[in-house]
Design a protein around this ligand. Structure first.
Ligand code: GAR
Length: 184
């Protein structure tokens, strides 16, 4: 089973997905990033996975940009497209073309806190729990059908940084497990 992983930043979820390939029987056949400076590129090098880099800053038109992504995907014809910290909104034609095959992981208990700054928003609201959600991507931002959600208690000592760490630790476990469950 072939998957393509999209990322924009540090790529720790990408690393965890790569680490679990043998255990869960999927193959990361390629990666994609919109950010030529993404730290996650180092993992593509380490694991010998080809990464297509297209800098979104070179494009004014989102649909033109996403058209290139679509061609990239059509060449690979993956079973699953996995967004792992990919911080660009995808246009409707791209999403429609791969309907039911794109999944995303979001650092909040959706439908709470779609969009950005989820950890700060949970702290500001004095929430007792926080977590992460894996969902199908639809053209409504962070609102597609939920596949899996896991939570933990927020402690009085928690900060934005500690919540980022706790959420990522959780994600590194549940994302590979979920990918595996979807491709079987
Ligand atoms: C993850 O926590 C992921 O949930 C979040 O970005 C982080 C990426 O970390 N995704 C979003 O906010 C998407 N809206 P990583 O690059 O270290 O895997």
């Amino acid at each position: 089973m072939k998957i393509v992983v999209f990322f924009s930043g540090t790529g720790t979820n990408l690393k965890s997905i790569l680490d679990h390939q043998n255990k869960y029987g999927y193959e990361v056949c390629a990666c994609f990033t919109n950010n030529p400076k993404a730290e996650g590129l180092i993992f593509c090098q380490e694991y010998g996975v080809n990464c297509k880099i297209i800098d979104h800053k070179d494009f004014d038109d989102r649909e033109e940009y996403d058209g290139l992504i679509n061609s990239f995907l059509e060449n690979l014809n993956p079973d699953l497209i996995v967004l792992a910290g990919y911080m660009r909104i995808m246009s409707k034609p791209l999403i429609d073309n791969w309907e039911g095959q794109i999944i995303n992981i979001h650092p909040s208990l959706l439908p709470k806190y779609p969009g950005l700054c989820t950890h700060q928003r949970a702290l500001k609201a004095k929430d007792n729990v926080h977590g992460s959600t894996i969902h199908y991507v639809t053209s409504e931002l962070d609102a597609g059908p939920i596949i899996r959600q896991e939570s933990f208690n927020i402690e009085p000592s928690d900060t934005k940084e500690s919540l980022i760490d706790k959420v990522k630790n959780l994600e590194h476990k549940i994302y590979p497990e979920t990918i595996s469950s979807l491709i079987k």
